[in-house]
Design a protein around this ligand. Structure first.
Ligand code: UTP
Length: 450
């Protein structure tokens, strides 16, 4: 590495009082010196300084202006569900819908060493979260007579492991031409004094820039334009860690299309006041998602005196349909990052750091409106967040198996064929309980894989 480059970068880091990141430089091998300088070159020092001084770590919190918003369930909607679903299937068949998975997170609470999508929640089939998702999409695509484009956002820390996992599993049978991996950006974490943190003597601790990073990354990767050229209009956005995710749900697609708003969201009734999920409500008079940590204890606990239900009880489960026109608009906007205090690991032990994340829902204000529907959490929400309860892999496993059992109960299967058995239905066999017959339970195996 020429000395002039080192000299230039030294000047910059000194200007921003970050010269400690070069304190081990002279002891490093040439390859590591190069790596460190390369990383420093990618950092927006001025932007980072601005973040530290203005993004929550040091700012006063604005008073929350929120009001409840009642969200109709499927049964309360005026439109006929059958016709919504039919429209959804048509849009899928015409190639106007893509799936958009955000899988760039660090999954630190779960404590799994690989990307979260590679995690096996312990189902009898031992399928990973990625495999469950791939098979649901394959099922829908087969029935629609197409292959649904699948965009997968990773981050630099898990990109290679994610792509390799797909390759090792032969892409779960997915057509590689319809798989679009792209990387989100990272931002250096800062310590309490606004200093960057060395993870190792040659690497600065940088973390993914949050789910809000998904839209600019989709755009800058060229994937948004490529899919636009192919005729995609709707992007079905979802988290990697929902074991029950009904990806590209045709009924929801039809609902979003009929509603004509640029964003559609599914919500669930919150389990209890303390469930750590965002709330869909009016904020400053507009439908928004407000983080659970932004609510006062009093607002969180408030219940309707007639129904006893939580007033702010519409939980955000990160299932959205975005119209391309919203994504195009939002991709032009400056992301607003919030500082989140979390521990990061370094060669010298853990350090309490500020991580800067932008949330996808903070971009919702650029949409002209949102359509909302409440869904049944037992059918659609099994989050895998923590290694132990709540939202543990074991709970998600039970939720998946309970739903599959329920599908057979609905068919009137005799209790002796269901009780005490673990029945797992492959998403390749059934996406939503369709195509099942009680005769499938005749095989006495337990667990039973269908
Ligand atoms: P979470 O907020 O649950 O974060 O992400 P996480 O990184 O998975 O887990 P913790 O907080 O470290 O334990 C919700 C979804 O958003 C994605 C995650 O991969 C998950 O699908 N995500 C989160 C990103 O894609 N990028 C990010 O920068 C953050």
């Amino acid at each position: 590495m020429p000395d002039t480059k080192l000299h230039t970068l030294k000047t910059i880091v000194e200007k921003y009082k970050q010269d400690h990141i070069l304190e081990h430089y002279d002891t490093l091998t040439t390859a590591r010196k190069d790596k460190l300088l390369e990383q420093i070159q990618t950092i927006d020092f001025a932007g980072l300084h601005e973040l530290y001084t203005h993004s929550g770590a040091n700012e006063e919190v604005k008073a929350l202006d929120v009001a409840p918003l009642s969200v109709p369930g499927w049964n309360e909607l005026a439109a006929d569900r059958g016709s919504l679903e039919k429209t959804g299937w048509e849009l899928l068949r015409e190639g106007r819908v893509a799936a958009l998975l955000v899988a760039g997170g660090q999954g630190s609470r779960l404590g799994h060493s690989g990307p979260k999508g590679t995690f096996d929640i312990g189902l009898p089939s031992h399928k990973s979260l990625f495999q469950l998702q791939a098979e649901r999409l394959l099922n829908l695509g087969r029935r629609a007579g197409t292959v649904i484009p699948w965009c997968i956002m990773t981050s630099p820390g898990n990109h290679a492991d994610t792509v390799n996992f797909f390759a090792q599993h032969n892409y779960f049978g997915y057509d590689q031409d319809q798989l679009f991996f792209f990387n989100q950006a990272v931002i250096p974490a800062l310590d309490q004094d606004g200093k960057m943190i060395l993870e190792t003597p040659w690497r600065i601790c940088s973390v993914p820039n949050g789910t809000g990073g998904c839209i600019p990354a989709l755009r800058s990767s060229g994937i948004m334009d490529k899919l636009k050229e192919r005729g995609v209009e709707w992007f079905f956005y979802y988290n990697v860690d929902n074991a029950l995710i009904k990806i590209a749900d045709p009924q929801f697609i039809g609902f979003a299309h009929a509603a004509g708003q640029p964003i559609a969201c599914k919500v669930v009734e919150k389990r209890d006041a303390d469930e750590k999920i965002g709330v869909v409500c009016l904020q400053d008079g507009r439908p928004s998602v407000v983080e659970y940590s932004d609510f006062s204890e009093q607002l969180k606990q408030q219940r309707d005196c007639k129904t006893g239900q939580l007033v702010f009880g519409s939980g955000n489960i990160s299932i959205h349909l975005f119209h391309l026109r919203f994504l195009e608009e939002a991709s032009q906007q400056k992301l607003v990052h919030k500082a989140v205090q979390k521990e990061v690991q370094t060669d010298w032990g853990p350090v309490l750091a500020y991580k800067y994340e932008a949330f996808i829902f903070d971009l919702f204000e650029y949409a002209s409106g949102m359509s909302l529907v409440r869904v049944d959490r037992e059918e659609e929400f099994a989050p895998v967040k923590n290694s132990a309860s709540p939202d543990s892999p074991g709970e998600a496993r039970e939720l998946v198996l309970n739903l599959h059992r329920k599908w057979f109960e609905k068919l009137g299967a005799p209790e002796n064929l269901i009780k005490g058995r673990e029945i797992e239905v492959s998403p390749l066999t059934s996406y939503d309980g369709e195509g099942l017959v009680t005769g499938m339970l005749d095989n006495q195996e337990n667990p039973l894989l269908i």
